[in-house]
Design a protein around this ligand. Structure first.
Ligand SMILES: *Cc1c(COP(=O)(O)O)cnc(C)c1O
Length: 367
């Protein structure tokens, strides 16, 4: 069986966790600071502020940017539900701009939704490929609005030499299956000293010095234990992402030109993809439908995942939500949600495993 994700813990990680256990400093402390310094360095930003999960990262980022009632956030309709939940939790209204063949929100579609109510653009760098940041940054500049990047799946990805999380306020997840994992965890990145200061206060009950409260805050802190799991992975990030890319190349070669199967479009030359997922589309030209494809692969011993089976707002709880605008037209997102399947691309997938996946995909599609 080739699973869609595999988590491995190294000796370095065990040693770092043991170091924290023996120090007795289990909560936020020195190990968290080391993790933040390494994370900021990798992403070329002035500040990396860890929090307890990626959803919190998004909520904290929104709250750090002065939000008023009625403010709208333009985001992707094709994303994990946390993107939408964070917008709603922060008190904003969500609007959806359609995606392109690269699965990301299109800048022209986003601009069409911008009005005086727009607070920010929230692109989601889905599957590890960054959205059209030149296009989105130009909109943000012209309309004087913020960018909050949902970079949960894009640790270490770059766009024209600039890392995910460096274009606005960046939000990352360290959940168990993400490219860098601490079990649960998140990071907010920014070059803005004031935003960073607010985030650091906010995550720690609004407290600057003991019992000196400067804002109504919360407890969003990451633990030293979690940071110890993550820190050794940051040192390995290039290798881990290179392993994902090597298998992506194998898939692109081995799965080219199959009727009914659309591969992710080639990565633009000025971007690096970190392949959180390698996601293909099974279209009506295939001999079997998407769900049969998943079952047939499983019968061949190949795991896969559907990320995500529905457009994010396509549930009663969101369709009926007063702060969710469901009238924006997003046909591409609806089409793609019916077609996507993610193949195993974790860093421990061997070349032999990738060959097995390729053979199995060809077999179940009659090729
Ligand atoms: C994982 C993820 C999140 C949320 O992160 P958690 O750490 O699970 O809270 C947000 N957005 C996207 C696109 C994600 O994949």
């Amino acid at each position: 069986m080739i699973p869609v994700t595999v988590v491995r813990i190294t000796d370095e990680q065990e040693a770092a966790v043991l170091e924290v256990l023996r120090s007795g400093q289990l909560a936020q402390g020195a190990m968290v600071e080391r993790f933040e310094a390494a994370f900021a360095e990798i992403h070329g930003v002035a500040h990396a502020i860890t929090v307890n999960n990626g959803t919190t990262a998004l909520i904290a980022a929104m709250k750090s940017l002065e939000l008023s009632p009625g403010d709208e956030v333009v985001t992707s309709p094709f994303t994990f539900v946390a993107t939408l939940n964070a917008i709603l939790d922060a008190g904003a209204t969500a609007r959806f701009a359609d995606i392109g063949d690269d699965y990301n929100m299109r800048a022209d579609a986003a601009e069409a939704l911008v009005s005086e109510r727009t607070h920010s653009l929230m692109p989601v760098h889905l599957y590890g490929l960054m959205a059209d940041m030149d296009g989105l940054a130009s909109i943000a500049d012209r309309h004087d609005i913020s960018i909050v990047e949902d970079a949960a799946q894009a640790v270490g990805a770059t766009y024209r030499g600039n890392a995910a999380g460096s274009f606005g306020v960046g939000c990352f997840s360290l959940y168990a299956t993400k490219n860098i994992s601490t079990g649960e965890g998140g990071v907010v990145t920014t070059n803005d000293d004031d935003v960073a200061d607010r985030l650091r206060l906010m995550r720690n009950q609004g407290m600057r010095q003991r019992y000196q409260y400067e804002m109504a805050g919360n407890n969003y802190r990451l633990t030293n234990l979690a940071a110890a799991v993550g820190l050794p992975q940051l040192a390995q990030l290039d290798e881990l992402n290179a392993a994902r890319n090597a298998n992506a190349d194998r898939y692109r070669e081995g799965l080219a030109d199959i009727d009914g199967l659309i591969l992710p479009p080639p990565t633009p030359a000025d971007q690096t993809h970190v392949y959180h997922q390698f996601t293909v589309r099974v279209t009506n030209d295939a001999p079997i439908d998407r769900d049969q494809f998943v079952d047939a692969l499983l019968a061949e011993g190949v795991g896969s995942g559907i990320y995500y089976p529905r457009v994010v707002f396509d549930y009663d709880c969101y369709r009926e939500h007063p702060n969710v605008r469901v009238d924006d037209d997003v046909p591409k997102a609806f089409e793609i949600a019916k077609q996507v399947v993610s193949l195993p691309i974790h860093p421990y997938l061997s070349a032999d495993d990738a060959a097995t996946v390729i053979r199995s995909v060809r077999k179940v599609l009659g090729r």
